[in-house]
Design a protein around this ligand. Structure first.
Ligand SMILES: *Cc1c(COP(=O)(O)O)cnc(C)c1O
Length: 374
């Protein structure tokens, strides 16, 4: 099977985890702290706070920026549902914003429009599949409206714009270490910020509300337990050390797909001047006529031992949000069409060029059969 993604776990990763397991100290400690320092140094942020996953990172970011009941948060319509769920869970309301048809990132024009007619408390923007959103414009919009920007950079560790890492434009940036992302700790996440107060609040929130700076235990907030384990911290430190090599390898394979797909009727990922995409996923758009047959295409590729999947979700159209807010067809036209046409192709560090050729050939074959049938 040509897998969608294979995490890069080698002897050094296993040794780091084993060492911690044998030490008997398994709960958040010096290994997690070293991992945080490595992430902060890598992206160029003052503080990094490791948590159990990126959903927790987003949730704590909202609590730490005092987004709560009655607030409205502008958010990309096209994302993994966690991006909007955390807004609901702090009692706020997501105000969905359509995305761009080529980058799949939030439309700045649509964002400006909703900000004119709504009292928005924060912006939650996604870097779709690791492709940097227009951070300068987002930061400018947030600043001119005097509201915080939170970056859902779950997929985007290592992606940069003019050399600057995504996740460092917002008040907080949130990264994921799920095995589908570029580097992994099994499950895991991190909040990066330059704001000492936000960092301290997140540190308290992830650990039962305990004051991170007090010498004797003191509880200053109603917190949760969103800690990362020590063995995940040790794994993370080894993983961060190899991320640059990974990004080079992913970009090289993305370029091979670009070349193989040139002249076909699928839309390949857009490259933006000055941005370095980490290609967490290589997401193409099927021709509109093939959208209705996407699950057949995925099944046909599977017959050829190739694992593919959809891109991500039209969140307002999922049952919870549709029922709660009465979503109407046509409200987010770009999100609707790309959510139906997107297809993620396999891309990982062990993938051979011949395997990429096989994927593209199998896809071409599946497209011909489905289009003939329709
Ligand atoms: C993966 C992902 C998340 C959730 O990350 P977890 O670490 O699995 O909680 C959130 N947002 C986006 C855009 C993602 O891709």
């Amino acid at each position: 099977m040509i897998r969608l993604m294979v995490p890069d776990i080698d002897d050094a990763d296993v040794a780091a985890v084993e060492k911690v397991l044998r030490s008997g100290f398994l709960v958040q400690g010096e290994n997690v702290a070293r991992f945080e320092n490595a992430v902060a140094a890598y992206v160029g942020a003052r503080h990094a706070v490791a948590v159990s996953n990126c959903t927790a990172a987003l949730y704590l970011s909202l609590i730490a920026t005092a987004v709560g009941p009655g607030d409205i948060v502008a958010v990309s319509a096209y994302s993994w549902p966690a991006t909007a769920n955390v807004i609901e869970l702090v009692g706020a309301r997501p105000l969905f914003v359509d995305v761009e048809p080529d980058t799949f990132n939030i439309s700045i024009e649509a964002l400006r429009r909703v900000l004119r007619s709504n009292d928005v408390a924060a912006i939650l923007a996604v870097h779709a599949f690791g492709a940097p959103a227009d951070c300068d414009a987002l930061a400018e919009v947030a600043l001119s409206n005097d509201i915080p920007l939170i970056e859902d950079a779950a997929c985007a560790l290592g992606s940069t714009l003019s050399g600057r890492h995504v996740g460092t434009w917002g008040l907080t940036g949130c990264f994921s270490f799920h095995p589908r992302k570029t580097i992994t700790t099994g499950e895991g996440g991190v909040i990066v910020t330059d704001d000492a107060e936000v960092a301290a609040t997140c540190r308290a929130l992830r650990n039962h509300g305990q004051d991170p700076d007090a010498r004797m235990p003191d509880f200053i907030l109603p917190g949760l337990n969103f800690r990362l384990t020590e063995f995940q911290g040790a794994l993370g430190e080894v993983q961060v050390a190899k991320i640059e090599r990974h990004i080079v390898e992913r970009r090289r394979r993305a370029a091979i797909y670009d070349r193989l797909l040139q002249g076909s009727d699928v839309q390949i990922p857009k490259r933006v001047d000055g941005s370095r995409e980490n290609f967490q996923s290589y997401v193409i758009l099927l021709p509109p006529a093939a959208a209705a047959s996407r699950s057949d295409i995925i099944a046909e590729l599977h017959e050829d031992d190739i694992e593919t999947t959809i891109g991500t979700y039209n969140i307002p159209a999922t049952t919870f949000f549709r029922r709660k807010y009465g979503y109407e067809l046509g409200a987010f036209p770009v999100t609707e069409s790309i959510a139906s046409q997107s297809l993620t192709l396999p891309l990982h560090h062990r993938m051979a060029a011949e395997e990429q050729e096989k994927v593209v050939q199998s896809l071409a074959k599946a497209l011909v059969t489905t289009l003939e049938r329709s």
